[in-house]
Design a protein around this ligand. Structure first.
Ligand code: FRU
Length: 418
């Protein structure tokens, strides 16, 4: 917000005008500092640590049921998590994205998880498959925000993505937790071409198009509510160019020229503000853009500590622009105000990296309110050096966050949600 001083005659009044601050940028110069260190490199996951929570299913992106204020919810003593899942039979790990459905698990101790079932009736759900989102308890009801990917009516698989919501009743007793979805799935937001690139504007040029992963967030400072999500910067792909500010400081610009292809990398963290109710959302300018640096800022989410906002997002090595290199990892940015200016944590943005000798072992890290970081086991190396798809929750990491620096301080032996 900008502070403006109005002078009317001899009266001088100070008013707070709400102005969207500029979108923050993750520049090449900042990302050029990415480096694995002992503070950001996760320990290697050993095979005996991997507990398969649903042997017949691939389980990947996961999020806990939270209260409106972001704390992890307890329903009659249970914690609930939601995961993207796919039946393994006849399906390769990479095919799983094409048939993803959201299921839920519950636990009393936050360590051992029981499969509850599908979170909704897939016939009623929007999209030909459902991708990541978030879940929030409001007035005894579960609000599930998710990505409706493709359309059931399309014969071929398309990559259109829309942000959707469905509610569900939840019952928990000594026998477990049961979710009954109310069936009325609704689309909340679509890319508008002005704030966020549409699939059409992307012209099939980027590595993968995105408008997905809605994450509900109540701003503790203002009480206002938002959805943050993954998008691409608006505009027609073939017309997008690298701007000096995407490169970095004047002195960095002098020595560095971005390759032409870099302009096709336009990952963004999107944000929409709640209007009247949980069905009404208004797109705002992106919080962060990684133009010419990275194509995908996935599953963005916030943690707030003291006066600081911490914005976390995940990305892959293969989605960095050709002139930048960074590992599959969790990246983060911090600011004193919600809309920015965001500065990368640890100078470069890198918060958690997979170890160098097991670079794809985990993915989809999510930072929970106390600094626990949950993720799933991706393509890990077995003791014989063979690469295997884990497809279940990974052991939880603990992150210490202090001002603009972070450090991995602990690894629990379990996929623990505190
Ligand atoms: C991250 C992700 C999400 C998406 C899902 C699709 O792992 O790419 O952005 O919702 O996986 O499976």
């Amino acid at each position: 917000a900008l502070t403006a001083t109005l002078v009317a005659g001899s009266l001088s009044t100070t008013v707070q005008a709400e102005v969207d601050e500029d979108t923050s940028l993750w520049s090449w110069e900042q990302a050029d500092k990415i480096e694995r260190t002992k503070d950001n490199t996760a320990p290697q996951i050993s095979e005996e640590e991997i507990q398969d929570i649903a042997p017949d299913l691939y389980v990947w992106d996961t999020w806990p049921l939270r209260n409106r204020d972001g704390s992890v919810a307890r329903v009659n003593g249970y914690k609930v998590i939601f995961s993207l899942t796919a039946e393994k039979e006849g399906v390769t790990p990479s095919e799983r994205h094409g048939i993803a459905k959201i299921r839920y698990f519950y636990s009393k101790d936050g360590k051992s998880w029981e499969l509850g079932g599908l979170a909704y009736d897939p016939e009623e759900a929007l999209g030909s498959r459902q991708w990541a989102g978030s879940a929030m308890m409001d007035d005894g009801k579960v609000n599930l925000f998710y990505t409706a990917t493709g359309r059931k009516s399309n014969e071929t698989k398309t990559y259109e993505q829309r942000l959707a919501r469905v509610t569900a009743d939840i019952e928990a007793d000594k026998d477990g937790v049961e979710l009954t979805s109310n069936g009325d799935h609704e689309i909340l937001l679509e890319a508008d071409g002005e704030h966020y690139q549409t699939l059409e504007q992307s012209e099939g040029k980027g590595i993968i198009y995105s408008f997905r992963d809605p994450w509900f967030f109540q701003d503790p400072k203002s009480g206002e509510e938002y959805l943050v999500f993954e998008g691409n910067s608006a505009g027609t792909a073939s017309e997008q160019t690298c701007q000096p500010e995407n490169i970095g400081s004047k002195s960095f610009q002098k020595k560095h020229d971005a390759p032409e292809d870099a302009a096709l990398y336009n990952g963004a963290v999107g944000i929409a503000k709640k209007g009247e109710d949980l069905s009404d959302w208004n797109l705002q300018e992106p919080i962060l853009e990684a133009d010419c640096v990275n194509q995908q800022l996935e599953r963005p989410h916030f943690m707030v500590k003291g006066n600081q906002y911490y914005l976390f997002t995940i990305t892959h090595k293969f989605t960095f622009a050709p002139q930048v290199s960074g590992p599959d990892g969790l990246y983060g940015f911090t600011s004193k105000s919600l809309h920015g200016d965001y500065e990368p944590l640890n100078d470069s943005g890198l918060v958690i990296a997979n170890p160098e000798n097991d670079p794809l072992q985990a993915y989809s890290w999510v930072v929970l309110p106390h600094g626990e970081v949950s993720s799933f086991v991706n393509k890990y190396k077995t003791e014989d050096g063979e690469q295997k798809f884990g497809g279940t929750l990974a052991p939880t990491l603990k992150l210490s966050v202090h001002k603009d620096e972070t450090k991995i301080v602990n690894e629990s032996k379990f996929p623990k949600i505190k």
